[in-house]
Ligand binder design. Sequence first.
Ligand code: MLT
Ligand code: MN
Length: 306
Amino acid sequence: MLARVLGAGAGGGFPQWNSNAAGCRRARAGDSRALPRTQASVAISADGDQWFLLNASPDLRQQIEAAPCLHPRHGLRSSPIAAVVLTGGDVDAIAGLLTLRERHEFTIYGTSRIHQVLDANPIFEVLARDVVQRRSVAVGTPIDLARPDGSLSGLSVELFPVPGKVPLYLEQASVAPSIIEGEETVGAAISDGNRRLFFIPGCAGMTGALAQRIQGADVVLFDGTLWTDDEMLRADLGGKTGLRMGHMSLSGPNGTLAAFETIDVRRKILLHINNSNPILLDDSPEREAVEAAGWEVAYDGMEIQL
Ligand code: MLT
Ligand code: MN
C-alpha cells in the first residue's frame, strides 16, 4: 500500500489567509523551517494506479496538481482518483468535493450521517448522481473499495466512531456542542489484507476502544491540531479551546503524546496541524519533543510505503 499526504494542515491551512501570527508570517515569508501546509487529506493506493482520497480538502485542486500520481494519464479526460472516503462533515473535509465536478465517475464513501449532511446541501448536487455514486458505510463494518468499473482495488476501509462533535456550521449558536462517539466524526482503517493504516484527523479524546483498535497498526495518521488545549486563547487567536473544537491536544497528562505511550504503533504521524501549533516550526522545542516521543510531523507531499 502507498500513501501520500496531500495536505497536513488543519482547517485554514498554514499560513491561514487571515492570520498575521508569527508562525504564519514565517511561512508566508518562505522560511524553510516553517513550511506551508495545505488542509488535511491523504491519497492511498494498492497499486500506484488507482487512488482513493481520505477527505477532500478545500485545497484539493492545488494538491492534485502537486501530486503527479493524481494527474490524468489516459485520453483527453480521465483521473486516477477512484473514490473519496469522508471521515467528517467539516468544511476542511468535504469542500474539495466541489473541485471534483466535471462529470468524472467516482464514489463518495461516508457514514449515513455524513451523507445526510451532503444531501442537505444542494451545492453538492453538482456531483451529478448519475456519475458520482454516494455509498453509505456502516461503522464497524469493513468494505472493499472498488474502482469505478466495479472491480476490487485490493483495499478495504472500515469507518469507526471516535469522540467528536457536529461540523462547525451545524453547531447551534451559543451552545457548546457535546462530544459524542457516533457517525459524525469517524476514523478510517485502510487495509490491503496485510498492512493497516489509520487516518484519524479529528479526535476529541483517547478511549480504551480506540487504543485497542490501533494497537499494532503499521501507520497511524493522527489529529495533531494543537500543542496545548488553550493555545489559541493564550495567543489571542480565538476564543475556543481544542476540546471545544473537538480535538485532543498533544501535550499534557491527557494529551496525545501521553496517550500513545502505551500503544504500540510502527509509525505515528501527526497531521491536521493547526497554524497556531509550534510543531509546525522545525526549530521549536515542541517539534523536538514530539520527535523525541517517536512521532513524525506530516508535510505536504510526504510519501509512506507500507
Ligand atoms: C476543525 O477541525 O476543528 C474544523 O475543521 C474547523 C473548521 O471547520 O474550520
Ligand atoms: Mn478540521
